[in-house]
Design a binder for this molecule. Structure first.
Ligand SMILES: Cc1cc2nc3c(=O)[nH]c(=O)nc-3n(C[C@H](O)[C@H](O)[C@H](O)COP(=O)(O)OP(=O)(O)OC[C@H]3O[C@@H](n4cnc5c(N)ncnc54)[C@H](O)[C@@H]3O)c2cc1C
Length: 382
């Protein structure tokens, strides 16, 4: 393929759910000529590996800035799904059955009591269930369950269909997608972005968004090829198993403190996951798979009879403080980061797209983004 691209108004680096959501939001705001550059194929990394849970309440221990951002994004999903369906005809299978969080030991019970106490005091939608209520709602869960919380607003989406819908949407909106092309560096002059150096040539542009997931820290910024960014994004490997569960064992997404199971409309039951510091190695391991199966069977012993149809692993992008890195970089005009989404990139995709597009096009940085600014790190040494 010839590489003819020489200029753009905005370049997005990375074709995962975050880069795609930003591309779509920018195009809808009329950001001009938008070019998304992906090193390999679109949506093959963490965004493909995810479980698709949109569950800010299930694991939250306090109402903090992250919780507020995550709930905002979850609440954008109904419109997001509807608009994507209207634009592309693709149903992203937003399943609003809700999420259960099981207590299977007395320690678990203490934890869910605390979560119920703060969330109900804060006026959030959460229900406490007795063991008979849990078993009536989901007859295939562990009959030794000691109690559960039900989060009716914590839902799930089919993240692979979401990637297809977003890819289709941005193509229709006129975003240029360049695959099999790696961005090596962002070039700047007089503290302003001038373009990106790719593996296939230079593209001049005034605005760049780094949305390269766990590889975001490898993209250097500055005047020379020796310039180095110091944004530290670390890969945290998560392994997953897909089982054939027809008819489905459960209707809800079901968590325990040790694992989760996610029923999909097509009869797959996803079971996850691990959190491992294994560098960029993306294989599944015997230990990882066996731990996931133990935890899934603890949630529902019936899992032990299901055929395993697939296994995979993905790399969650984690910043040093576990929080996303979102917004403009103070040191270089025109440079924006949207990375470090760690365990919640599918959940945070709609809000990331909207707020980054607003910052890029209108120059308005929402107060919601403040706590996640890239400027909290010592980012760029030019
Ligand atoms: C097992 C597992 C389960 C998960 N479950 C959930 C869940 O239930 N809910 C949830 O909200 N989140 C979940 N996550 C987290 C979620 O998947 C991530 O936070 C999210 O996918 C991050 O999206 P991204 O676009 O930043 O990264 P990615 O999807 O990794 O995309 C980054 C892209 O950038 C490209 N790239 C990298 N470097 C360059 C370069 N130099 N030039 C060009 N392109 C480049 C890569 O090839 C890649 O395609 C899960 C993750 C895992 C691994």
């Amino acid at each position: 393929m010839n590489f003819n691209k020489q200029t753009a108004d905005v370049v997005i680096i990375g074709g995962g759910v975050i880069g795609l959501s930003i591309a779509r939001a920018l195009a809808l705001r009329g950001a001009g000529e938008i070019c998304l550059i992906e090193r390999a194929g679109i949506g093959h990394e963490a965004s493909f590996a995810a479980a698709g849970m949109l569950a800010p309440q299930a694991e939250a221990n306090a109402r903090d800035d992250f919780f507020t951002l995550a709930c905002r994004s979850r609440d954008l999903y109904a419109n997001f799904a509807e608009s994507l369906r209207a634009e592309t005809g693709i149903d992203i299978e937003l399943d609003t059955t809700g999420t259960l969080y099981l207590a299977l030991s007395y320690h678990d019970l203490v934890e869910i009591e605390k979560r119920f106490a703060w969330q109900s005091a804060a006026g959030l939608d959460v229900e406490k269930l007795t063991p008979p209520q849990v078993c009536e709602l989901e007859p295939n869960v562990n009959q030794n369950v000691l109690g559960a919380l039900r989060f009716p607003l914590d839902v799930q989406v089919e993240n692979r269909r979401l990637l297809s819908a977003l890819t289709n949407s941005v193509a229709k909106l006129g975003v240029e997608i360049i695959t099999e092309t790696s961005v090596e560096s962002v070039k700047s002059e007089s503290d302003r972005v001038r373009g990106v150096q790719t593996s296939r040539g230079f593209i001049a542009c005034g605005k760049v968004i780094v949305a390269a997931g766990t590889w975001s820290g490898f993209i250097s910024v500055g005047q020379t090829s020796a310039s180095k960014p110091v944004l530290k994004i670390e890969p945290v490997r998560g392994q997953m198993i897909s089982l054939d569960a027809r008819p489905q064992l459960t209707r809800h997404v079901i968590y325990s403190p040790r694992g989760y199971i996610v029923p999909r409309q097509d009869g797959r039951l996803l079971a996850g996951s691990t959190s491992e510091y294994a560098g960029f190695a993306k294989h599944v391991t015997a230990g990882g798979i066996s731990a996931i199966l133990v935890n899934a069977q603890e949630i529902s012993p019936a899992v032990s009879n299901l055929p395993i149809v697939d296994t995979w692993a993905g790399l969650r992008p984690r910043a040093p403080d576990n929080l996303p890195v979102l917004g403009p970089c103070d040191e270089i005009g025109g440079l924006f980061y949207a990375t470090g989404h760690y365990r919640n990139g599918i959940l945070l995709a709609p809000v990331t797209g909207e707020l980054i597009a607003e910052a890029v096009v209108d120059g308005v940085v929402s107060p919601l983004l403040g706590p996640f600014s890239p400027n909290r790190f010592d980012l760029v040494r030019v």
